[in-house]
Structure formats: C-alpha cells, structure tokens
Design a protein around this ligand. Structure first.
Ligand code: ATP
Ligand code: MG
Length: 256
C-alpha cells in the first residue's frame, strides 16, 4: 500500500492506513461523510482495547462462524465503510461460508449501491445483492428497510458491521440471528445483537475467514455446541470488564 505514502515504521501505521482507505472510499463515493465520523468513534474504542483482538472476541468469532456455517440462508450485510476497509475479506468470507453479500445502506442512494457492488466485484465477488429490493423490514423507517427478497429478507443469519441499533432490533424481531462486529460494546447494536464481536472489522473479518476454513470440516454437532452454549449478555459483560481492567492498569502505571 505504498500508494498512501505512510512509512511502515510509523507506530500507528495500521491505523493511518485504515484512515487512508476510508478517505479514498469517500473520494470514490463509496463512503458518506457520516461514515468518516463513525470510523472515528470506532478508532477511539479500538485505542482503548489496545488495537488487538482480545480472547473474548476471538471466542465470539468462533461462535459467529459456527452460526454462519450452520445457517440455511446466511447473508453478509455490507455498507460503504466496510467495503472500503475490507472488500477482499468480505468476498472471502462469503466464499468460505456460502453467505450471500448484500449492500444495505442507511444513507441509501442507488448510485452508491451500484458503486459498492462494482467495488466488491473488483475484489472477486460473483454476485452482490442490494439493487433489487422490497420494503421488507416491517416497522423500520430508515432506508435500511429496503432489503432483497432473496437476501436479507429471507436470511436466517445476518452479519452486520457499523450498524444502527434500530435495524438490529427489527431483524431480531423478524426471528433472525444477528451477528454484529462493533467496537463499541455500549452501542445499541452491540446490545441488541445475538452475537457481538467487539473488534475492528479489519481484524475480525480475516480471522473469520481463517476460522471458517478450519471449522468447515467440523460436524454439525460440534458447531451447534458453540452456538447453544453462547450467551451474549455474558460476552458483553466480559468486554466491559476487559476495558475496566485495561483502564485501571493504565491508571496504575501512571501512578508508579
Ligand atoms: P447504535 O447505538 O444505534 O448502534 P451507533 O451510533 O453505534 O448506533 P453508528 O454510528 O451507525 O451507530 O455505528 C457505528 C458503530 O461502528 C460505532 O459503534 C463504532 O464504534 C463502530 N465502528 C466504527 N468503525 C469500526 C470498525 N472499523 N470496526 C468495527 N466497528 C467499527
Ligand atoms: Mg451501532
């Protein structure tokens, strides 16, 4: 990624690279200005957790992959930020789990939908849903109510990222399992989801691809054990405890 001219030795290389990807996505019309703000909120939480995948999140990743592999109609819901940050990983995860990809936008324009679809196709996606839609999420007033009848509408398991809590709630009330990747464990999305992965999409998605490659060989029973033993409220409490521990350790260091 020399094109961005960030020295590899820079201590914040990865974070700077992600900013460049988001800014490029913005210039290309994939990302909306509000997406830049959402990214910043994510960065703040990422800093607090140490910009790494914590063990509790790695476990949530396994549970999520199990859900995707067991699903009849899994769908990965993609927005501008995620398409700009991790297009290849989205396509790879779709291939490894058999999940469909659907573009679903809070700030929906038909032009942006088309651009994101084209972008994902450049990274190897054979089919990307999102253009054709029905108003398929009853009660939801935002543009996110527009879903493909063969995609999110029909899905039993939906993976969402940088999501608003509202749609998560409605998708849940439609009986779907919702997996959310969200760095903010206090967000409504994180609280409403069936499984919350508190991690950056740029780390969580490649890990999900890796785990899907391994877990594909597992039996249904083994996968089902992971999902049936899972409790998201317990998971969220572990995330918050992790943050508290990190903050107290930091305070301690400052006092030394
Ligand atoms: P709600 O509380 O309803 O969920 P929200 O304010 O969280 O609303 P958005 O602003 O749409 O809704 O969500 C953006 C969320 O995505 C934020 O919680 C932010 O922490 C998270 N986020 C931003 N960038 C990333 C990223 N790269 N990886 C994972 N999560 C991210
Ligand atoms: Mg949210």
């Amino acid at each position: 990624m020399e094109e961005f001219n960030i020295p590899k030795s820079h201590p914040r290389y990865k974070s700077l690279l992600e900013r460049e990807l988001i800014v490029r996505g913005f210039k290309e019309g994939l990302v909306v200005p509000q997406g830049l703000i959402a990214h910043g909120r994510g960065e703040a939480f990422d800093y607090i957790i140490g910009e790494r995948t914590i063990p509790e999140a790695a476990h949530a990743i396994d549970v999520s992959v199990a859900y995707l592999l067991l699903a009849k109609h899994p769908v990965i819901s993609v927005n501008g930020n995620t398409a700009a940050l991790a297009p290849r990983e989205i396509v790879d995860l779709s291939k490894e789990t058999g999940a469909k990809i659907e573009v679903n936008l809070f700030y929906r324009t038909e032009e942006r939908i088309k651009k994101i679809i084209e972008h994902l196709k450049k990274y190897g996606a054979s089919e990307v849903l999102g253009e054709k839609y029905i108003e398929g999420v009853p009660g939801l007033e935002s543009e996110r109510r527009k879903v493909d009848p063969e995609g999110i509408y029909k899905a039993d398991v939906v993976l969402v990222m940088l999501e608003d809590g509202d749609r998560t709630e409605f998708l849940k009330s439609m009986g779907k399992t919702v997996i959310a990747i969200d760095l903010n464990p206090f967000s409504r999305t994180a609280k409403m989801a069936s499984v919350t992965i508190m991690d950056n999409v740029t780390r969580a998605l490649p890990l999900m691809v890796e785990r899907a490659r391994e877990m594909k060989a597992w039996g249904k029973e083994e996968l089902g054990k992971l999902t049936s033993e899972y409790n998201n409220s317990v998971k969220l409490s572990q995330y918050v405890e992790y943050i508290m521990k990190r903050l107290s350790e930091e305070a301690e260091r400052l006092r030394e």
